[in-house]
Structures are given as structure tokens and as C-alpha cells.
Design a protein around this ligand. Structure first.
Ligand SMILES: Cc1cc2nc3c(=O)[nH]c(=O)nc-3n(C[C@H](O)[C@H](O)[C@H](O)COP(=O)(O)O)c2cc1C
Ligand code: SF4
Length: 681
């Protein structure tokens, strides 16, 4: 297929606006804003996608139109005039690359908290609480409705003044569709009851906005056309709403959503994560397109180019959203056009990005550490001025990323790996069948290393001599860590690590107690494997809730397994000791909150998850021979200056230790370590 006949690369005419191809990034608030403003970090993030060739970037996610819609996850403040110059700069920069820029506007309704922003009460069509955000909303009064309609109109005017190409209303799980849905609208006034009444608020808003922006500004709506929920909006009514909006003359495109989002489990079906079916709502979006004969956009786990191409070629969509796919690789279109589709860094569906914003952080990609750090770390690695001979020890995520970045810099790179396979701890977590896609993190790097001519030497358990034999002037130690046990009063020798379970070295059987004080995927994955093996499992955590290091989206499949397999979850409880008693183990449990509390569990196995201990022997052996004695100038590293001081004039090479070889962290941290150091060397 060539660029001239690739369905994805054909332009799309949306009224007066020509979109240069069919690929877009749908609205997603990455929480890069500063006090509600899209400052430089925000702009550079979108600009990178524009450089990568995307046709349309929908900025914000749920930019709020009113102060009584307080930001729930770093949302932009569309109700403030100061936003205009920030957005203008963003739009101007993206336009330079021919990328259209729009923004999603909303009133969050009940999907936010009352104790944020200006501390104004949360409202909704009817006073029904959303489980996810827990605010008890008041019922919107007529003066609220008047005020919010005016807020939508003035926000839209601000967006037009900023030179954006258009806006999109958010109408799923927020205020606008809250009026549509029988689940959230119990009103008996002119805004409740019949479909016409339930659509009255959205009709007034869309008409008010169209009136102020005129015909030459794109106005679309991202709407739920089937809540897939017995008490919610039916498919029949949803498609009817879509059709009425299409006929209204106020709207230019429909961006289709299926499902409801009032708690994590339902949100998970709208935004599926790894291990769940791909493109689950694509056919439905295509049916809405056929029914309405109107421009239809859609995104939901269409993460590979082949599916995106199919969606356009089969006429299911006019514009295909590849949102997380662009967080993982903002240069998708550029690579398709260059015939380098196979080089696209895959989105592996880890959904670390989304989970972080719901936990109060900013969106980061689990395996692209340059995303959102464009101001400091480039996506395209520049060649180094001085070329070096580098040895990387360890072919886990950190080592492979280090090798990739160094090779892109032009250095000569050899990788030494102790086992016969690359992947490190990723090989453990993919033993959980649901997380198989994580192998993409490794496979993508292996194919990049092949292209770059990097040699990986397998089955080399490297000592200092093995490293020195390469006569390197740069050594990167990425040897990872090994599972460790929490400190117990007694019985550490009797426990099994979560690694042994994941690796299949120990088969779960009988009754198992799993103590997890690490709080991330490792313990949960082991728990899932144990539960699915049919063992009777109790998961014990010293925390206020289990797996606190893992976000809501990733929590869902674990919680589902635990519910279905009857896993007992015990929080606020710490494993103190283990002793053998006949064929059983007896675990003593205590409480951080009460010194007098001690209970016992008689089980077949005690499994522990307490992170890893750094595998630092090789680093310590090499350290005295190195030029920097292993030291790093953190200030320089943060300022993106050469970070390695000279501490030993006799040293023959610079030495850096990265990833879990330093301390137990996660894949993003390992890859970030590798990228931030190696892109400077
Ligand atoms: C970090 C993040 C924030 C998001 N915030 C919003 C939002 O504010 N509004 C919205 O309509 N969708 C939001 N989404 C959903 C995306 O627009 C998109 O529907 C979803 O990621 C599925 O598409 P994908 O599989 O192509 O990523 C968000 C997604 C992510 C990853
Ligand atoms: S964190 Fe995972 S889901 Fe999110 S963009 Fe990166 S690879 Fe995709």
C-alpha cells in the first residue's frame, strides 16, 4: 500500500476544514496544566503529535466551562480569559504542521468533588451521587441552567478567539448527558420525562454556542449513544439523540461512546485496557454512522494501524482516534508515510497513563519516557558529537532502552545478558496471560536494536573481566534486582516470593496467604495467578486499601478475579512471622495500629511481595575502576547537562547504574533512567 491509496492517509473534508488524514487524538486530560492553564509542557506535548503528522488533536479533556465544575484531574479552566493566549500559541504551533486543533468543553456535573477549586457545591440534573467521585450533588435549579448555558457560550467564544478550529462537547458521564439518562435524571419539570425534555438542556447549549460562534467554527459532540446499562440510556434512545443532534444544524460531527463511567468497572469497558478485547465499540460506532449519515469519530482501544485502517476502509468511521497509541508514539502518521509502520512504538494497553491522572499525577507512558517531557528529552534522539564504545549489562527494559538510545546517538553498543532471553522482569509479569501485551515493550526494543546493529550477547553472567574485555569507555549497569522478603520476626526461610509464583517455580495449592506491602502489580499479578489456579487465597496488606500503587483502571480486572474467586482481602494487617506446624504453615498477623492485636492463619503456603533488592555486585566491582566512581551530579542531570563528574583520573570508563539495579521501582522509572542519562551521553 502506498501513501496515495492508504485509506488512513486520505484527507477528510469537515465543512470548511480539511483534515489532512484520518487519524486523530481524542480528548484526554493529561494533567500537564498549571493552575488550569495549558502552559509550555501542554503545548509541546500536542506539538509533538503535530510534528508526527496527526490530522487533528483534540486538546484538553473536559476543559471546564464553569467554576462550579471544579477540576477533577487537572482540567483546563475554559471559563478564564487567561486561557486564550496559551491556547493560541498551542494552536499556532500545531497549525504550522498542518494539524487541526480543537478542544473538549464540559461541565462535569456530578463527576467531580465539592472540596476542590472554589468550593462551590456540585450539581446534577437530579441529586444522585456518582460512586467514583463521591460528591452528593444538588439538583440543578433554573438559575444554574441559565448560568451554565451562558458559560458554555462564553467558553466557546474564548476557544474561537484562540484560533482553534473547533470544539467538542463532552456528553458522557457529565452534566449534558446527565439530563439524557434515566439513571441520573428524575426531574418532573421541562428538563425531565420525555426525550425531548431530557434533551432540552443540550439543545439550549448547542443553540446558544452556535449562535455566538457562527457557522464557520466546528462544533462537535462526544456523546454516549448507548449506556449499555439497564437503568441508563438505551441504545434506541441514544441513537435517536445522535440522529436529532445530526439533524439539528448546530453540530458538525458525532464522536461516539458506548457505556457508562460512573465507577471504575464501567469506565474500564469504555476505555478498555490490556487483556481486554480490542476495538470493542467500533462496529457500534459504524452503526451510528450508518443510521445518522453524519461524520462520525470514535476511539476505544484501536491501538494498531491495521485496525484503524480497517475502520476507515470499511466506512465505520470518518476519523479514527488513536489516543493512547499517540501517547506511546506521537509519530505514528510520519512512520506510516515513511513506510515504517513496523517501527511504531506499540501502545501495550498498560494504562499507566490514565491511572496516574486519577491518582493525582500526570499522564506518563509506561514505556515512552519522552512523552510530556518534550521540553527536556527529545523523542527523536540526536547523534552524539563524540562517539563512544558502550557496554550495557542487562537486557531488561532499562538495559534495552539504554542500548537503543546509545545506538541512536551513534555509539557502538554491546549488551550482555545473563539469561538466554531478553526482558528481565517483564518475562515474569507476562506469565499472567492477561498481561501478555507487555512483551511489546521488549519486542519493540529488540527490533530497534536489530535495525541499529546492536549485538546482544546472551548467557553471559558478566563479571568485571567480561565487561573490560570490550574495552568500553561507557558502562551501563542495568542488572535489575531480585525478589526480597519483608523483615519478619521469624520464618523468612519459609515464605515463597511472588516471583516464584509468577515464574511457575512454585505451584499454588491448598490455602495461600499472600502478604503484599509493595502495593503494585507484582503482588496483584501473583494473587491473580494463585486465585486462577484454584487455591484458596487471602490477600493481606498493611495499607488502608490494597495495592495503593496501582490505579483504578488496572484495579478492575484484579478485583473482578478476586470477586469471582472469592479471594479474602484483609487490610490494615501486617505479616509478623511464620512457623511450621506439621504439614502447615502458621502465619502470625499483627496490626500497626494496635500492639496487642495478633491473629494466626494456618495455611499451605505464605507468599510475600516486598519489591526487589538491587543486583549491585557488578556495579560495586566496576566502581573503583571507573572515571566517575559511579557518581552522578543530579543537579546537572536535571538541568540536562553532562551529569558525570571526574573523580578518578585513572578511570578507564564512565559508569552508570539504572533501573532496579539502583532500587526497586517500576518499568517507567527504569526506562526514564535509561533515556535521561543516555540521551545526554
Ligand atoms: C490520560 C487520559 C485522560 C483522558 N481524559 C478524557 C477526557 O477528559 N475526556 C474524554 O472524553 N476522554 C478522555 N480520555 C479517553 C480518551 O479520549 C479515549 O477515549 C480513550 O483513551 C480510548 O481511546 P484509545 O484506546 O485510543 O486511547 C482520557 C484518556 C486518557 C488516556
Ligand atoms: S501507558 Fe500503556 S496504555 Fe498508556 S500510552 Fe503507554 S503503553 Fe499505551
Amino acid at each position: 500500500m502506498t501513501a496515495s491509496n492508504d485509506p488512513l492517509l486520505q484527507p477528510y473534508q469537515l465543512k470548511h476544514l480539511t483534515l489532512k488524514n484520518r487519524i486523530m487524538s481524542t480528548a484526554h486530560e493529561p494533567a500537564y496544566s498549571e493552575e488550569g492553564m495549558p502552559t509550555d509542557r501542554y503545548r509541546l506535548y500536542h506539538l509533538e503529535k503535530a510534528k508526527g503528522g496527526i490530522a487533528l488533536t483534540m486538546t484538553a479533556g473536559s476543559a471546564v466551562v464553569s467554576p462550579d465544575s471544579p477540576p477533577a484531574f487537572g482540567n483546563l479552566h475554559a471559563y478564564r480569559d487567561e486561557i486564550v493566549p496559551w491556547l493560541k500559541k498551542l494552536a499556532d504551533d500545531c497549525h504550522e504542521y498542518g494539524t487541526a486543533v480543537m478542544i473538549q468543553l464540559t461541565h462535569l456535573g456530578r463527576r467531580t468533588g465539592w472540596n476542590r477549586g472554589d468550593w462551590l457545591p456540585v450539581l446534577a440534573p437530579s441529586p444522585i451521587r456518582e460512586p467514583a467521585h463521591r460528591a452528593f450533588p444538588k439538583e440543578a435549579e433554573e438559575w444554574d441552567i441559565e448560568r451554565i448555558v451562558a458559560d458554555y457560550a462564553s467558553a466557546a467564544q474564548r476557544m474561537q478567539a484562540a484560533g482553534l478550529d473547533g470544539i467538542e462537547f463532552e456528553a458522557y458521564g457529565h452534566l449534558m448527558d446527565g439530563f439524557w439518562s434515566p439513571a441520573t435524571n428524575r426531574r418532573d419539570d421541562e428538563f425531565g420525562g420525555s426525550l425531548e425534555n431530557r434533551m432540552r438542556f443540550s439543545t439550549i447549549v448547542t443553540e446558544a454556542v452556535r449562535k455566538v460562534v457562527g457557522p464557520d467554527f466546528i462544533v462537535g459532540i462526544r456523546l454516549v449513544a448507548d449506556e449499555d446499562w439497564e437503568k441508563g440510556l438505551s441504545r434506541e434512545e441514544g441513537v435517536e439523540i445522535a440522529s436529532r443532534l445530526a439533524r439539528s444544524g448546530t453540530i458538525d460531527f458525532l464522536n461516539i461512546i458506548r457505556g457508562h463511567i460512573d465507577h471504575d468497572a464501567s469506565l474500564n469497558k469504555v476505555i478498555p485496557i490490556q487483556g481486554m478485547p480490542a476495538s470493542p465499540h467500533l462496529d457500534f460506532a459504524g452503526e451510528v454512522r450508518a443510521a445518522t449519515k453524519f461524520p462520525v469519530f470514535h476511539a476505544a482501544r484501536i491501538s494498531d494501524v491495521a485496525t484503524a485502517r480497517h475502520a476507515i476502509a470499511e466506512g465505520k468511521l470518518d476519523m479514527v482516534g488513536m489516543t493512547r497509541a499517540h501517547i506511546a508514539d506521537p509519530h505514528i502518521v510520519k512512520k506510516i508515510m515513511a513506510g515504517e509502520e513496523a517501527r511504531i512504538r506499540p501502545c501495550v494497553g498498560a494504562t499507566y497513563c490514565l491511572d496516574r491522572i486519577y491518582e493525582g499525577g500526570e499522564a506518563l507512558c509506561i514505556h515512552n519516557a519522552a512523552t510530556s517531557r518534550e521540553a527536556e528529552i527529545p523523542h527523536d534522539i540526536a547523534k552524539a558529537k563524540v562517539l563512544r564504545k558502550a557496554v550495557v549489562i542487562g537486557a531488561g527494559p532499562a538495559g534495552l532502552e539504554a542500548a537503543r538510545v546509545l545506538a541512536e546517538r551513534g555509539h557502538k553498543v554491546d549488551v550482555l545478558e545473563a539469561t538466554s532471553q531478553a526482558g528481565g522482569q517483564v518475562n515474569l509479569l507476562t506469565r499472567n496471560p492477561r498481561r501478555k501485551e507487555m512483551v511489546g515493550i521488549i519486542d519493540w526494543r529488540l527490533s530497534e536494536l536489530e535495525r541499529l546493529g546492536v549485538n546482544i550477547h546472551y548467557d553471559v553472567y558478566a563479571g568485571a573481566d567480561d565487561v573490560l574485555a570490550f574495552e568500553p569507555d561507557l558502562v551501563i549497569v542495568a542488572t535489575g534486582g531480585i525478589a526480597q522478603s519483608p523483615e519478619l520476626d521469624a520464618g523468612e526461610e519459609l515464605v515463597t516470593s511472588s516471583w516464584d509464583i509468577l515464574a511457575g517455580a512454585i505451584k499454588p495449592e491448598g490455602s495461600v496467604l499472600l502478604f503484599d506491602d509493595n502495593g503494585g502489580h507484582q503482588g496483584m499479578s501473583a494473587a491473580e495467578v494463585i486465585a486462577n489456579a484454584g487455591a484458596e487465597l487471602e490477600l493481606v496488606s498493611p495499607e488502608r486499601f490494597f495495592a495503593p500503587e496501582m490505579g483504578g483502571m488496572n484495579h478492575v480486572p484484579y478485583a473482578k478475579t478476586f470477586a469471582e474467586r472469592n479471594v479474602r482481602v484483609t487490610i490494615n494487617t501486617r505479616l509478623k512471622s511464620v512457623r511450621r506446624d506439621g504439614n502447615s504453615l502458621v502465619a502470625t498477623l499483627g496490626s500497626d495500629f494496635s500492639e496487642t492485636t495478633a491473629t494466626e492463619r494456618r495455611v499451605s503456603q505464605v507468599v510475600v511481595e516486598h519489591g526487589t533488592m538491587a543486583n549491585a555486585d557488578l556495579y560495586l566491582e566496576l566502581k573503583p575502576m571507573s572515571r566517575n566512581l559511579g557518581a552522578v551530579n543530579y543537579d546537572a542531570l536535571i538541568r540536562r547537562q553532562p551529569p558525570l563528574p571526574v573523580r578518578n583520573d585513572e578511570g578507564r570508563f564512565d559508569l552508570i547504574r539504572i533501573g532496579d539495579a539502583v532500587s526497586s521501582r517500576n518499568i517507567h522509572a527504569a526506562i526514564h533512567d535509561a533515556l535521561r542519562y543516555c540521551s545526554l551521553l
